[in-house]
Design a protein around this ligand. Structure first.
Ligand code: KG4
Ligand code: ZN
Length: 335
C-alpha cells in the first residue's frame, strides 16, 4: 500500500493505492490563479502549505486505512515549481520519518506516463514497449516506454508546451486560466475549419507552438481592429479552429513516431490528453489502423493527481528503489 503525494504546480493531491487499485485520490485545485492568467508560484506554495494536511487526511479517511498500514510514501520530487515541490517533499519526508516508512521520490513526467497502469473501469494497461505522447502545461514529449524503469524521449517541444498553447490562446480570447478546458468546451459547437492558423515546420519528432501563438495574436489584433466584438461573435469557431490546429500538430508527430518506431501500442498522458478533439482524432486513427491499440486514461488520472505518483512509487518500490532523508525537491529533476 502506497501513499502518493503530488504538489508540483497548482494541485495539492494525495492518493492511497493498494496493488494497482486506487482507494482514494483527493485533489485540491487552487482557483486563486484564475484571475492572474497563470500560476503565481508564491501563491501556489502558500496554498499547498494550507491544504496538504487536510488533503492527506481526507485521502487516508476515504481509503479507510490507517497511516500505519502504508508500506511506503511516494511524492513528486520534480520537475515543477520549486516552492510547490518543497511543500510536498518536506511533508513526505516528515511523515516518513515520523512513521518510520520508506520514502520514494518520483519524477512527475514519468508518473504521467505510468498513470495508465492504474486499475480503473474502461482503462486497460498498455504493454511494453509503448509510445507515449505526454502533453501537459509544462511539457510536450513523445516517449518510448521500454519498461517502467527505462523511458526514452524521442521528441519534445522546442518552445511552449501544448497545454501552454491552449492556455495562452485562451487568454488572448479573454478566458480565465486554465483556458484549455474552456477552449475544449466552446470548441464543441464551433467550426474547426472557420479560421486557419500557422502550421509549424519543425524537423524530426519535435514540436513548436510559439509561431501558432503569434499567428493567433496577429489575427485577433487585425480582426478586433475592424470589429471590437469579433471575439465574442466568433468564440466557438475560434476555439474549434485553435483546438483543431493544436491537435493536428500533436497527431502528425505522433503518427510519424509510430511509423518510425513501428510500435503499435500508443498512450496519451497529461492534462491535454483530456481534450475531446484529441481523443476523437486518436479514435479515428485507431479505426483506420486495426493494428494499433490506443490508451487514454480516465480524466482524473490525466490532469495532475497523486494516484499517478502512487503507481509510479509502486513500480520503484517493487524494483527496490527507495530514498533516504537526504532527498530534496528538484525543480529541474533530470529524466
Ligand atoms: O498535466 P497537467 O494537469 O499539469 C501539468 O503538469 O502541467 O496539465 C495542465 C494542462 C493545462 O495547460 C490545461 O489547460 C490543460 O492541461 N488541459 C486541457 C484540457 N484539460 C486540461 N487542454 C485542452 N483541453 C482540455 N480538455
Ligand atoms: Zn503534470
Amino acid at each position: 500500500m502506497i501513499l502518493g503525494i503530488e504538489s508540483s504546480c497548482d494541485d495539492t493531491s494525495a492518493a492511497v493505492l493498494r496493488g494497482t487499485q486506487i482507494l482514494a485520490n483527493i485533489t485540491h485545485t487552487q482557483l486563486i490563479h484564475e484571475a492572474y492568467g497563470g500560476v503565481v508560484p508564491e501563491l501556489a506554495s502558500r496554498a499547498h502549505i494550507e491544504h496538504i494536511v487536510p488533503v492527506v487526511k481526507r485521502a487516508i479517511e476515504t481509503a479507510q486505512v490507517s497511516l500505519k498500514d502504508i508500506d511506503a510514501i511516494a511524492f513528486t520530487q520534480g520537475p515543477g515549481l520549486m516552492g510547490s515541490l518543497v511543500v510536498g517533499t518536506s511533508f513526505a519526508k516528515g511523515l516518513a520519518l515520523a512513521l518510520n516508512k520508506p520514502l520514494i521520490g518520483v519524477h512527475h513526467m514519468k508518473a504521467h506516463i505510468l498513470s495508465h497502469f492504474i486499475t480503473h473501469e474502461g482503462m486497460t494497461a498498455p504493454s511494453f514497449p509503448y509510445l507515449c505522447l505526454t502533453v501537459s502545461g509544462g511539457h510536450t514529449q513523445i516517449v518510448v516506454v521500454h519498461d517502467a524503469m527505462n523511458m526514452e524521449i524521442i521528441g519534445k517541444t522546442i518552445d511552449d508546451a501544448a497545454g501552454e498553447a491552449f492556455d495562452k490562446a485562451a487568454k488572448m480570447l479573454g478566458l480565465p486560466y486554465p483556458g484549455g478546458p474552456l477552449i475544449d468546451h466552446y470548441g464543441k459547437t464551433g467550426n474547426p475549419m472557420a479560421f486557419t492558423f500557422a502550421e509549424p515546420n519543425i524537423p524530426e519528432l519535435n514540436f513548436s507552438f510559439s509561431g501558432l501563438k503569434t499567428s493567433i495574436l496577429y489575427f485577433l489584433q487585425k480582426e478586433v481592429a475592424k470589429d471590437p466584438d469579433f471575439v465574442a461573435l466568433n468564440l466557438n469557431d475560434l476555439c474549434a479552429s485553435i483546438q483543431h490546429r493544436i491537435t493536428e500538430i500533436l497527431l502528425k508527430k505522433l503518427k510519424k513516431a509510430q511509423l518510425q518506431t513501428g510500435i503499435t501500442c500508443i498512450a496519451v498522458s497529461g492534462g491535454v490528453s483530456v481534450n475531446s478533439e484529441l481523443r476523437a482524432k486518436l479514435q479515428a486513427w485507431q479505426a483506420t489502423n486495426p493494428k494499433l491499440t490506443i490508451h487514454v486514461a480516465h480524466p482524473s488520472y490525466c490532469t495532475d493527481n497523486a494516484a499517478m505518483v502512487a503507481i509510479t512509487g509502486a513500480f520503484l518500490f517493487e524494483a527496490g528503489i527507495t530514498h533516504d532523508q537526504q532527498i530534496s525537491a528538484n525543480a529541474k529533476l533530470p529524466w
